[in-house]
Design a protein around this ligand. Sequence first.
Ligand SMILES: Nc1ncnc2[nH]cnc12
Ligand SMILES: [Zn+2]
Length: 353
Amino acid sequence: MCKSPFHPLLQALPKCEHHMHIEGALSPDLLFDLASRNDVSLPGNDESFASPSALHNRYKRFTSLDDFLQYYYIGMSVLINESDFEDLAWDYFQKAASGGLAHAELFFDPQAHSGRGVGVSTVVRGFDAARRRAEEELGVSSLLTPCFLRHLPAEDSLSAFRDPVLQQYFASGSLIGVGLDSSEADNPPKLWRAIFEEAGKLGLKKTAHAGEEGPPEYVSEALEELQVDRIDHGVTLARNPTIMKEVARKGVMLSLCPKSNVVLRCVQNIQQVPIRTYLDAGVNFSINSDDPAYFGGYILDNFCEVHEAFDLSLEEWTHICKTAIEGSWCGRARKDELLHKLEKVLKDWNAQN
Ligand SMILES: Nc1ncnc2[nH]cnc12
Ligand SMILES: [Zn+2]
């Protein structure tokens, strides 16, 4: 919660999140509970795993994306059964909905589970159970996208993409698109071109992490070589005005993750996230939590920190929320419902202020 008089408005705004790795919602408490439930032993040689609070403290000292990813992949080892994935996603939906989440487009990493013998149907069935419950009990809609891991060879990603079970989920509409995540440095997007070409032929949505730690040229490469509809992060894009102008011209949306960028040291503080630069340059963006259990905050916390750093106006918040709604991959009917909710929140706010 921030101290701004705007806080009640920030809380009430109907939020769309497009960049949230469900495995990144695994809190230290749930991680320890699941480790005990599933009899999974945590690394004995790392004192960060001595207790949930020791782990929580370690999360305050990440030095880079790869330093974080090491903990992120170890954390996942406790996720074994369908009910574990359901509990994880349900925990996320409850916490994010309390901060005004209305629609979530969620990533997961199938290779990080299949590599440990947990099949994609176990993962998707668990998430789907939580997604149905979120829709019924919280009024939160959601979509699910598998991401492919760029720290592994691109051929591994291609076989994971071609897994018949995954293909069946694409065909049925349970999975909406494809994404690309994990270690960015020295892993240029073009190496994953084959997957994105096949995904395009299947009519799937396409997105890729680019310009998080990597250079702005990875953003243009993802757009040109992978033909992505969206860019995840793009925080380094502001360093190249030519590419930035092209992104603005094309109307491509960036899914920015302000707290993540600070915690993983892509920027020194929230003020350095180029929010003002992108608003001025007409670059579309949404504000997202990335891995909320690791980075110390859900979507509302990201809204609050951005507001405190940039003192945005009512018009600017309205623009950000509308861009996020229009940039979502849900259908027109759901977008209209979300726009309607937004109008109502703004009307109530204006009536009271
Ligand atoms: N911030 C991030 N960047 C790349 N891959 C990720 N996987 C989970 N979080 C990620
Ligand atoms: Zn991410």
